[in-house]
Design a protein. Structure first.
Length: 154
């Protein structure tokens, strides 16, 4: 029977999300929707030599919403660690690893974000812990490293 690591006595769960990229993504998405709405309104109010219909205006708004949704994917990264392992959610994929699969949580010099070092020279980027977040990133990686160390001791 395999034993799962118990980690800290408190059963702490550490969740880290980037702040600056979250703000940039939301502001960018709102600006894009506003820009496309403005363009959609101007399509029928200006004489351009082409006759635009309501369907063209609706299409322009839908296109703006799709592009804004794509920008909001940048707000998706999150990392969640607990006594059993770590879950890394980047822009598209979410992966879960037991602590015994993770060699270390590193933050290479001049890298934009942290990474999980795995066996066989593999690594997974952890986009939720970004260098631009400064002290918040340091706190997040320190807490995750503590969970990793506690799981390795058990």
């Amino acid at each position: 029977m395999s034993r799962r690591p118990t980690g800290s006595a408190t059963g702490e769960t550490v969740t880290v999300r980037p702040i600056k990229s979250l703000i940039v993504a939301w502001v960018g998405a709102v600006i894009l929707v506003g820009l496309f709405a403005w363009i959609a309104l101007l399509l029928r109010s200006r004489d351009t030599g082409v006759y635009f219909q309501i369907a063209d205006q609706v299409s322009m708004m839908v296109l703006g919403l799709f592009i804004a949704g794509g920008v909001l994917l940048l707000a998706r990264p999150r990392v969640r660690g607990d006594a059993a392992g770590i879950e890394v959610r980047n822009i598209v994929l979410t992966r879960r690893f037991d602590w015994n699969e993770v060699l270390r949580i590193s933050f290479p010099d001049s890298a934009p974000w942290a990474r999980l070092d795995l066996p066989d020279d593999e690594y997974i980027p952890v986009m939720a812990i970004q260098a631009v977040d400064g002290r918040r990133a340091v706190d997040g990686i320190t807490r995750l490293r503590a969970l990793h160390a506690a799981a390795r001791r058990d």
